[in-house]
Design a protein around this ligand. Structure first.
Ligand code: UGA
Length: 442
């Protein structure tokens, strides 16, 4: 009989995983402590924006395959495979990961585990977490060592969460016994049959695979942003430079877009957590470049602020700045550590009036930045603006007509913090066009 799956934590990761497991044919129980979130999901709605996911949740709530509960006792009783999908945010006062949600989930689940089962971590964690969780869970579970802990990191990107889960680049099974591997192979049988590559390894390596993947991606972005600084100093063009680098398959054509840098709930905290863990293990000096990647990334935000200040004539006092974008990236309403809002907040703190518009993240921006003017359209954000900033590369902005913005702006000056707008189109409509890492283009 196919296993009954529980998914503990129903945020971006958990809600996606739960719905996708139902799509693969399993009975799935989503578990959370947040009643509001549960009520929405149980009604077939999403508490956040993610393309394709709402339809999938609604379909499988309706089919009866997907249900939700706040009862860990019930989850422990019915589940054969329990996926842990709770957040592991940065700790408030250190760079390390906060494992309190993970430990709390384990502590609530374990006492109800009466029979052998598999507990599978999906969250990004410091290496060694699975070992510690194994001891913690086995000590509290009536089934004792019959409970195996495995690590099966998730590589999904927000905005493509469903596609990334149902057609992943690869699967990683960090297991402690052949039984653990068999159980994971059963869960992912249909993806394996389609030829998805799988790397089976120990739990520590699995934990490090995820942390290394995100750290590599972050470093790649910071590399091109560091080169962007050099281009600016030398009067060269980083966009052309990146275009040429991308043709080299050894370098690859993705994650090489220069601009305001990376944000979100993953890359920034994951590089800090990996370095913090490396320090604890006495090998911090080997990973010191991650600190540079972090600094380069934060500098990328400040450099966009500086460009905007220059365009304001050296000071933000009494100026109005329109900001296109609030989400940390397009196709998401997530504003966690969003470069767009970090830049907007810094400019507001320096004395400018700010108007922000985002196609999906306006509500979140309003909630977390109540003093910012949140505009109802891109053109509204530009109304009366002395400078317009493009900070999240939604297709809506690339396709917009620069003449419409010109008609309402106080001055025609734009800073493209993502390097994805077409300078020629904006210049043709009379705009002065600036972008990080590029020579002044007029
Ligand atoms: C990232 C990883 O890409 C996923 O593989 C991973 O599963 C996920 O973290 C996670 O750990 O859960 P995500 O945070 O959704 O996914 O977003 P990305 O697409 O990686 O973008 C991260 C940031 O980098 C965004 O702010 C984006 O605008 C920025 N970015 C990306 C650049 O500044 N330049 C680029 O060339 C690419």
């Amino acid at each position: 009989m196919s296993p009954y799956i529980t998914v503990i934590g129903t945020g971006y990761l958990g809600a996606t995983h739960a719905a996708c497991m139902a799509e693969l044919g399993f009975r799935v129980l989503g578990v959370d402590v947040d009643q509001q979130k549960l009520a929405k999901l149980a009604a077939g709605e999403l508490p956040f924006y993610e393309p394709e996911l709402a339809e999938l949740v609604a379909r499988h709530v309706a089919s009866g395959r997907l249900s939700f509960t706040d009862s860990y006792e019930h989850a422990a009783e019915v589940g054969d495979v329990h996926f842990l999908c709770v957040g592991t945010p940065q700790q408030p006062n250190t760079d390390g990961a906060d494992l309190s949600y993970l430990n709390a989930a384990a502590d609530r689940l374990a006492p109800g585990l009466q029979r052998p089962c598999l507990v599978v971590g999906k969250s990004t964690v410091p290496v060694g977490t699975a070992d510690a969780l194994t001891r913690r869970i086995q000590a509290a579970a009536p089934a004792g060592t019959g409970v195996e802990v495995a690590w099966n990191p998730e590589f999904l990107r927000e905005g493509y969460a469903v596609a990334d889960t149902l057609a992943p680049d690869r699967l990683v099974f960090g297991v402690q016994s052949p039984g653990g591997e068999r159980a994971l192979r059963d869960v992912y049988a249909s993806l394996l049959a389609e030829g998805t590559p799988v790397v089976t390894t120990d739990v520590r390596t699995a934990e490090l695979i995820k942390a290394s993947a995100n750290s590599f991606l972050a470093t790649k972005i910071s590399f091109i942003n560091a080169i962007a600084e050099l281009c600016e100093a030398a009067g060269a063009d980083v966009v052309k430079l990146a275009e040429a680098l991308r043709y080299d398959p050894r370098i690859g054509d993705r994650f090489l877009s220069p601009g305001v840098g990376f944000g979100g709930g993953c890359l920034p905290k994951d590089i800090r957590a990996l370095l913090a863990r490396a320090n604890e293990l006495g090998v911090g000096s080997a990973l010191r470049f991650l600190d540079d990647a972090d600094r380069t990334n934060l500098r990328a935000r400040r450099r966009v602020v500086d460009l905007a200040r220059q365009e304001c004539g050296g000071s933000f006092a009494g100026r109005r700045v329109g900001v296109l974008g609030a989400a940390f990236k397009p196709n998401s309403d997530d504003i966690r550590d969003s470069p767009a809002l970090a830049v907007a907040a810094a400019i507001q703190a320096a004395g400018a009036e700010i108007a922000v518009y985002d196609p999906q993240a306006n509500d979140n921006a309003r909630k977390h930045f109540p003093t910012m003017d949140i505009a109802l359209s891109a053109v509204d954000a530009a109304r009366g603006a002395h400078v317009l900033l493009h900070l999240t590369e939604w297709p809506e902005f690339a396709g917009a007509d620069p003449a419409e913005f010109a008609a309402v702006a106080a001055e025609r000056r734009i800073v493209d913090g993502r390097n994805t707008l077409d300078p020629a189109r904006w210049q043709a409509a009379g705009w002065r066009f600036r972008a990080p890492g590029r020579p002044q283009l007029d």
